[in-house]
Design a protein around this ligand. Structure first.
Ligand code: ZN
Length: 300
């Protein structure tokens, strides 16, 4: 059993200076992570009061503390506060769902406090080759256990399937399914109620993203709790709705491309206008979603 290292504990007094009211009323502007227990000793951690990072998962039990994604550096103190409210032990494993900094930005910190980092092969090779956020990758941030298609964790009484889906959000994606307790951590294969970021520059593709969501839907039922990479805890119905939107969005843009429209004409036609109110957000606007689909189809 290991405990959080002194350097993290030193941060605790800082965190505790947050006003208690802000902590208890997330809408009041106090940033914090809310821990939602999706099954016994299995948590979704979601940022409140502003953007903190992608959603995280955590399994706690007799065998190990397993983190699914580790957030990003500016929110590390808030994340450690949420973790220490659940367990005094430092994570033993940190699963990286994909290469983006808002999910794996704290790899080094967790590795140095004893976590073994796990990812798809491609995430590790990309991290080595291209670094993260334009910086060379810290050697400590590199995954030490990697896999190709699927691997299993047999811990805490709830086996976990870690499953790769090819060329979807990136080309190194992993989702984590806990079949026994009917929970799936989708990582950024699911942006609940938001236009999804499909990272073409890191090997993602629209068709692969659609296939990944279909793969998740094939594994779940009406009672499954699906933890998206961004957005609120979701159900299969929620995922179906977003998948239906994306398929339609792709078809609408593809139809205009087939009719010889260039990107300017397509943006002017605004084929995704009907989805704007429900799915547009700061990072992936309706225009950016349209551009992503266009580039994915045409290569331009
Ligand atoms: Zn991402």
């Amino acid at each position: 059993m290991r405990f959080l290292p002194a350097r993290l504990l030193l941060l605790l007094p800082l965190m505790l200076t947050l006003p208690a009211s802000a902590e208890h009323h997330g809408g009041g502007g106090g940033k914090h992570y809310e821990a939602i227990e999706v099954s016994e000793d299995l948590y979704m951690l979601i940022g409140r009061g502003g953007f903190l990072s992608g959603n995280l998962g955590m399994s706690v039990g007799e065998d190990a503390v397993v983190l699914i994604d580790g957030g990003m550096p500016p929110s590390l103190e808030l994340l450690n506060k949420a973790i220490t409210q659940i367990t005094p032990e430092a994570p033993d494993f940190l699963i990286n769902t994909h290469i983006h900094g808002d999910h794996i930005g704290n790899n080094t910190v967790f590795a140095e406090s004893g976590a073994h980092i796990v990812s798809h092969h491609t995430l590790r090779s990309r991290l080595l080759e291209q670094g993260l956020n334009d910086q060379p990758a810290d050697p400590a941030s590199l995954p030490v256990i990697t896999f190709a298609e699927e691997m299993m964790f047999h811990l805490n009484g709830a086996p976990a399937r870690i499953i790769h889906t090819p060329a979807a959000h990136t080309d190194g994606d992993a989702m984590v399914a806990f079949p026994k307790v009917n929970v799936v951590f989708a990582g950024d294969l699911f942006f609940h109620g938001l236009f999804p970021f499909i990272d073409l520059d890191n090997g993602g593709s629209v068709d692969g993203f659609i296939a990944a969501q279909e793969q998740i839907l094939a594994m779940v039922n009406d009672d499954t709790k699906i933890v998206p990479g961004h957005g609120e805890l979701a159900s299969a119905t929620d995922l179906k709705r977003d998948l239906t939107m994306l398929k339609d969005a792709r078809a609408l843009v593809a139809g205009l491309i087939a009719a010889d429209h260039d990107i300017d004409a397509i943006l002017a036609a605004n084929p995704l206008a009907k989805y704007h109110d429900d799915y547009n957000w700061g990072f992936i606007t309706t225009e950016r979603m349209t551009r992503t689909i266009y580039r994915d189809i045409t290569g331009m």
